[in-house]
Design a protein around this ligand. Structure first.
Ligand code: SAH
Length: 470
């Protein structure tokens, strides 16, 4: 398993001072799971790359772990640990690059606080929850992400993708920041539940997360995953984190309407939907977009952060929600110019509305299930036939997933106001019929980790007008 860190900061070979690792020789350190080797595949004043190669001893690992009450005994021997970036990589970073991680540089102390253009490349990073999680973790910190997802088996493309990515993260930061982000977020991506965490991890996480974790929008997900889902450790950590950063409006913002996923409560499953919808609209090249049933304006906030979207319209039937949206978007404090880019209107999706015409992108995120099934026909006509956006992203809960909720009761829906919740075949049947009827092509994507039996938490359909220019 390989982690390379490159910089083009001039003179780039300063990296060797920062890492406290001599550029002319290969160095090795022992870690509990094997050995880590440090060397420089590239070294000049223009560009320098340091490599950390992790050589895990799988048999040693099993021995040191002692006997396990594992259901699948072979798993101790047959697993991905030697080949992927995991908590072992974090341990290797802490050991091999400890001075840099702790912000010390003996010979050139002024470099410690110098932000440099870095690219970190992880040869194989397992990401539970896929690219959306990767983005939710690294983008708020300012990283540009280049991720390639690997298929499960190239011989059987039908099996789909694995959870393994080759990832490049680029950003102008200090080396200490880069290393602490990697130290915390690699195991969070991996989310392996098979090792033990204890009270000491709270200190470690707070130390490495200092200065960025408090304000990270996915801090709750990060802490819960880092603590391996151990509620009491996670809650203690969050108490400390949040006591500094008084729970503000943003926390309420994270609450997802009606979702009570026991494992990752407000993970912001809802944020995943919003990010997925935003990404689809971005990649479709949409410029004028309308958020149908925009609620409290969460998606609009994300859309406005993207320059590509020249105009964003939010519409909802609820006046109260629109008022909250207006506050959330701080519309009172917007300049004339900013106000030309966004508008909120009240209306109902079951009536034809001229104001919804002429958009190239539209979103219907967790809205259809709030309408009585027989009112859906009216929505279909006003949205697909009358408003006719070139691209439309629709998300709705996947009812099959409900059995995975800790407090699931047969037949119970996720939210009091849901009129129906569809299984994947039900949603696909509806979407395929609508697509044919109104001249759209449709494709589907799961949102969240895909459970092999019941699928993902939420499901998304992407409609594109057959003759769309997008
Ligand atoms: N899309 C938002 C809100 C989802 S909640 C989000 O993802 O955060 C569902 C929203 O649909 C509510 O705000 C509700 O007021 C709105 N809604 C329900 N029926 C509607 C209708 N007929 N026309 C417009 N909006 C409707």
């Amino acid at each position: 398993m390989l982690l390379t860190i490159s910089t083009t900061h001039f003179p780039a070979d300063d990296l060797s001072f920062l890492l406290h690792k001599h550029p002319a020789k290969i160095q090795s350190v022992d870690i509990s799971s094997g050995k880590a080797h440090i060397f420089y595949p590239e070294l000049s004043a223009q560009k320098c790359t340091a490599a950390l190669l992790l050589d895990i001893d799988p048999v040693g690992l099993v021995r040191s772990a002692g006997p396990k009450g594992n259901d699948f005994a072979l798993e101790q021997y047959v697993n991905d640990r030697p080949y992927v970036a995991s908590s072992f990589m974090s341990a290797a970073i802490a050991k091999a690059y400890s001075s840099a991680l702790n912000g010390r540089c003996k010979d050139k102390p002024e470099l410690v606080d110098t932000a440099m253009p870095f690219t970190a490349k992880l040869a194989v990073l397992p990401v539970k929850g896929g690219e959306v999680i990767l983005k939710a973790l690294f983008e708020p910190l300012g990283y540009a992400i280049n991720a390639v997802q690997h298929p499960l088996d190239t011989t059987y493309p039908d099996w789909g993708n694995s959870r393994y990515f080759t990832v490049e993260l680029s950003h102008q930061v200090t080396l200490q920041q880069l290393l602490s982000h990697l130290y915390v977020l690699i195991p969070v991506c991996d989310n392996d539940k098979h090792y033990w965490v204890n009270q000491e991890e709270i200190e470690k996480l707070l130390a490495k997360g200092k200065g960025w974790l408090e304000t990270h929008p996915a801090r709750e997900l990060i802490v819960r995953r880092y603590m391996k889902g151990q509620r009491s450790l996670a809650n203690q950590t969050l108490d400390v984190l949040l006591s500094k950063d008084q729970v503000d409006a943003d926390t309420a913002e994270m609450e997802s309407p009606g979702i009570n996923d026991a494992e990752e409560p407000q993970l912001r499953i809802h944020d995943l939907r919003l990010l997925a919808a935003k990404d689809e609209l971005l990649s479709a090249g949409a410029k004028r977009v309308v958020d149908l049933g925009c609620g409290e304006g969460r998606l609009i906030k994300l859309l406005l952060a993207e320059k590509q979207f020249e105009f964003v319209l939010g519409m909802d039937v609820s006046y109260r929600s629109l008022e909250i949206a207006k506050e959330r978007l701080k519309m009172d404090r917007m300049t004339e110019r900013q106000l030309q880019r966004v508008q909120l209107i009240q209306g109902s999706l079951t009536y034809r509305d001229k104001r919804l015409q002429g958009f190239d992108g539209a979103a219907l995120v967790e809205v259809i299930e709030h309408l009585d099934e027989h009112r859906l026909t009216a929505l279909e006509i006003s949205v697909f036939e009358y408003a006719k956006p070139e691209v439309l992203v629709v998300t709705t809960p996947n009812a099959e997933y409900n059995v995975r909720f800790a407090d699931h009761e047969a037949g119970k829906m996720r939210h009091n106001d849901h009129r129906f919740e569809w299984t994947r075949p039900e949603f696909e049947a509806w979407a395929n019929r609508v697509a044919i009827q109104f001249g759209y092509a449709v494709s589907f994507k799961p949102i969240g980790e895909v459970d092999p039996e019941v699928g993902a938490l939420s499901q998304m359909a992407i409609f594109k007008q057959e003759e769309s220019g997008l």
